[in-house]
Design a protein around this ligand. Structure first.
Ligand code: FAD
Length: 418
């Protein structure tokens, strides 16, 4: 896949270009909005309500400092122990192992030091300016209250736990992300509701949080429609080459476009397979538990870093998200995963009290090296991919949209969001 970093063509002359975007998650919605805003005639297609896939239940973190890929050196050593521990953030049912093996082999290969350095460089390039662009987008679409810039507080019980993440923090430093180390007193000064387990904090002051990821997607789609973008509800089939472009069958009806952008999240590979495009993308199923009506407890994103859990003070209650479960697209959610999140949250934050909780599972679309695939498919002019955003699709949605729009329509020097 062509990496579109820095490959900008001349702008102008593309007004009215007919473009379809398959998938109205955060990535497809922002891409459709950006293309529409730059003069393309866009149709955004989803079989469901916009924002009801993975983008519905994420933790809302805009984390440009997360430049370390998931596969870090030494991961192979820690995986067997994690798989045997029912409380661990990683689950892989034995029955799914044969299906997952090719992806896992690539994941392990991606943990070599040279591959990690390359992935970090590409992630850093994609994340750059993400917070500023989300702030600008939220203002532009009329929901500035949804993006809170109050930093992210990562918590560890002790130096040994922090040492396990040292590689990730070194990469953050290397790419210029500043953080402050805090002791227990420093943690309590920021977040008095954090329980006694956590004694070390690392604070990224300039990071931000979307306080309602579903409402954010809905606001993007509303702004897109207000600019004349079309929304089509239905199941899209594999794009087919047609005269001067591509045709798409949506619930049996044919539609013709000059360009098609596939932004179908974890469901992207089957759409491309008939075209001979094999995308090594696997679902990493994540869970959240949300405590309805709980007292605020925290005032910013707090990461229980030793347990890989993000805690967010969402508009509608405290959300506790985490878990990587490699079990495919069709298996039912495992309620035990949410129960582990709930127990840890109640142990850590006494303020949750008796608040009732709801549980959710979603499919993170993950590449073995954590780097999403953004750009025109080689040998298939007019067919574009914006998929594989893994754990950072919210963070990277605006920059993905800008890359696609720049490469398809030409770079603009506009100072606005997208
Ligand atoms: C627990 C959890 C916490 C997370 N926390 C964060 C976080 O804090 N920060 C962050 O940046 N990221 C986070 N993520 C990751 C982020 O949510 C995803 O990377 C992102 O939502 C992916 O967006 P997407 O638009 O690619 O996919 P999706 O939101 O899944 O959208 C894909 C859409 O395509 C549609 N679709 C698929 N196939 C077809 C078809 N054939 N025809 C029509 N429509 C189709 C689906 O209906 C769906 O609406 C988290 C994920 C999880 C699970």
């Amino acid at each position: 896949m062509r990496d579109t970093t820095g490959t900008y063509s001349a702008g102008g002359g593309h007004s009215g270009m007919r473009v379809a975007v398959i998938g109205a998650g955060i990535v497809g919605a922002v891409t459709a909005y950006t293309l529409c805003r730059r003069g393309a005639q866009v149709t955004l297609i989803d079989r469901d309500e916009p924002g009801s896939g993975c983008s519905y239940g994420n933790s809302g973190a805009i984390s440009p400092g997360s430049v370390a890929p998931l596969a870090m050196p030494g991961i192979l050593k820690s995986v067997p122990g994690m798989l045997l521990d029912p409380e661990s953030p990683l689950r892989l049912p034995l029955s799914y192992l044969p299906r997952a093996l090719p992806w896992l082999a690539r994941f392990v290969a991606a943990s070599r030091a040279s591959a990690v350095a390359d992935a970090a460089r590409r992630l850093a390039a994609l994340h750059a300016g993400a917070v500023e662009r989300h702030l600008a987008l939220a203002r532009e679409i009329g929901v500035p209250e949804l993006v809170l810039q109050r930093g992210h507080l990562h918590l560890y019980p002790d130096e040994a736990a922090l040492a396990k993440d040292a590689g990730g923090w070194r990469l953050r430093e290397q790419y210029g992300y500043r953080f402050e180390k805090l002791d227990r007193e420093g943690i309590l000064a920021l977040e008095p509701g954090v329980g006694p387990r956590y004694r070390i904090g690392l604070f990224l002051a300039d990071h931000a949080t979307v306080l309602n990821p579903l409402r954010y997607v809905q606001a993007v789609v509303r702004a897109y429609r207000a600019r004349g973008g079309a929304l089509l509800r239905g199941h899209a089939g594999t794009p087919q080459r047609a005269d001067g472009g591509w045709s798409l069958t949506v619930d049996g009806a044919r539609h013709d476009f000059q360009h098609v952008v596939v932004a179908a999240g974890a469901w992207t590979p089957p759409l491309l397979r008939p075209l001979g495009v094999r995308l090594q993308l696997e679902s990493q199923r994540g869970y959240h538990v949300q405590f309805q009506g709980a007292s605020p407890t925290i005032s910013r994103t707090v990461v229980l870093a030793d347990r890989k859990i993000f805690v967010t003070p969402m508009e509608e209650g405290l959300r506790v998200g985490g878990t990587v479960e490699i079990a495919g697209l069709s298996r039912a959610p495992d309620p035990r995963r949410g129960q582990v999140l709930e127990r840890i949250a109640r142990e850590t934050f006494a303020g949750i009290g008796q608040a009732p909780s709801t549980q959710w599972m979603g499919h993170r679309p993950c590449m073995p090296d954590s780097v999403p695939v953004i750009g025109e498919v080689p040998g298939q002019p007019g067919l574009w991919l914006a998929a594989g955003h893994g754990h950072l699709g919210l963070t990277d949605s605006v920059n993905t949209a800008v890359r696609i729009a720049d490469a398809m329509l030409g770079e603009t020097r506009s100072s606005a969001a997208a």
